[in-house]
Design a protein around this ligand. Structure first.
Ligand code: PMP
Length: 416
């Protein structure tokens, strides 16, 4: 049976057509056709994104906002147009609530340092989940140390599901100022019940930041419907370039927050007697921004918007279910992360093997996965494991590629 015959006919997703948009997928690696299953680390880029970045450098390259010439005007129009594209993508109320950052990591640091530095007092509490990526733990620890606040983990059970009862009792204990959780866990694939988390946190008087790094490539996000205070993501996990990301923030919070970094672009007036800062979003954007990156991200969003997203979501669900079934039917394979609501990630261990050795042997057969703790050391420690093998899927992966993964695993195991 080929991929098309195995795909759930209800998904109506033409994966072969989509694969044509991604030039990198069509190559041999170590003598085998590439099977790219490391999408949680970074996604591949469609030609439209590569072309948008290259066209910018070929025809429009200039600094933005301050030039008095045609190229500067074109670069500025594209750059600010990209901000508008992101605002619409997240359904943000205004484009000035979209801040460019280097990625999710910098977005969390920006909130932790700017909001946290002025708002947190000794004894205040910040809740994150036990399955967070380090980038949604460490910035909070740093600001907690500086302010006397403390960071606490919302427990996660052995399936990778957040303990909502424990979360609500932590809220009841008082003084929770910020709840910062991942929309989707990169290590386990768990989709967290963020609507419920946001509502409960707000009722307890806490703000909520959502790390959307692993979510935006899988389904549309609406920050107004979610009612979150901050939402962060990285372009490179959404088929866009590395080095640029987004922070969405509630307007009144961003207005009250002090700048994160100082320099050019973010000021209104500078003198040695005192400096005033620019309006949103520029107050948070010191220095020359990643103009090509913003344009590349907008092209990625246009690309994703041009797909039948409902069909892509359904296709990814069926693909993951197929991979999970195969894993469960394979002797000696244990899934790590079996929450009821998951997306994209198949994290697993194979009896008698170390994840890193397996990763190497899979690579020799053209299959790209990630191994290790996936920057989520606390949850790995809780599970008493050094890490996992992680295959993570995107809508351009196929059923044949899932088969290739398991065939390669079989072969790899013969080495042990
Ligand atoms: N959060 C999650 C859930 C992630 O998966 C990642 C990237 N692996 C990050 C945050 C950090 O993203 P970046 O490195 O692009 O800043």
């Amino acid at each position: 049976m080929n991929n098309a015959e195995r795909a759930d006919p209800t998904t109506h997703f033409d994966v072969e057509a989509v694969r044509q948009d991604f030039p990198i997928l069509h190559q041999q690696v170590n003598g085998h056709p590439l099977v790219y299953l490391d999408n949680a680390a970074t996604t591949q880029k469609p030609r439209a994104v590569i072309d948008a970045i290259s066209d910018y450098y070929l025809y429009d390259n200039s600094n933005v906002h301050r030039g008095a010439h045609a190229l500067a005007e074109r670069a500025t129009a594209k750059f600010e147009g990209a901000r508008e594209t992101v605002a619409q993508f997240l359904n943000a109320p205004g484009r000035e609530q979209i801040l460019w950052t280097r990625g999710t990591t910098e977005s969390v640091n920006l909130v932790a340092h700017s909001w946290g530095r002025t708002e947190l007092k000794p004894g205040d509490r910040i809740l994150v989940s036990a399955m967070e990526h380090h980038s949604n733990i460490v910035p909070w620890q740093m600001i907690a140390e500086a302010t006397g606040a403390r960071v606490e983990a919302i427990p996660v059970d052995k399936t990778g599901t957040l303990d909502m009862e424990a979360f609500e009792s932590k809220l009841k204990e008082g003084r929770v100022r910020m709840v910062s959780v991942g929309h989707v866990s990169n290590a386990l694939g768990t989709v967290n019940p963020i609507e419920q988390i946001i509502q409960a946190a707000h009722e307890a008087g806490a703000l909520v930041m959502i790390d959307g790094a692993q979510a935006v490539s899988h389904w549309p996000v609406d920050v107004q419907a979610l009612d979150c205070d901050f939402y962060a993501f990285s372009a490179h996990k959404l088929f866009g370039p590395t080095g640029i990301g987004v922070l969405y923030g509630r307007r009144e919070l961003l207005e009250a927050m002090p700048p994160y970094q100082g320099g050019g672009e973010m000021i209104q007036h500078v003198s040695f007697e005192g400096t005033s800062f620019g309006p949103l979003p520029y107050k948070f954007e010191a220095g020359t921004p990643d103009i090509a990156g913003a344009i590349g991200l907008a092209a990625a969003i246009d690309y994703v918007n041009g797909l039948d997203r409902a069909a892509a979501v359904a296709y990814e669900r069926v693909l993951l279910a197929y991979a999970e079934e195969k894993a469960q039917a394979t002797e000696g394979v244990t899934l790590v992360g079996t929450a009821a609501h998951k997306v994209s990630v198949l994290s697993f261990l194979v009896e008698g093997t170390h994840p890193n050795d397996l990763g190497f042997l899979l690579d020799q057969q053209g299959v790209a996965v990630r191994t290790g703790n996936h920057c989520a050391e606390p949850i790995m420690e809780q599970y008493g494991i050094p890490g996992t093998v992680r295959a993570s899927f995107s809508f351009y992966n196929t059923f044949d590629e899932v088969d290739r993964l398991f065939e390669a695993l079989d072969k790899a195991r013969q080495f042990f």
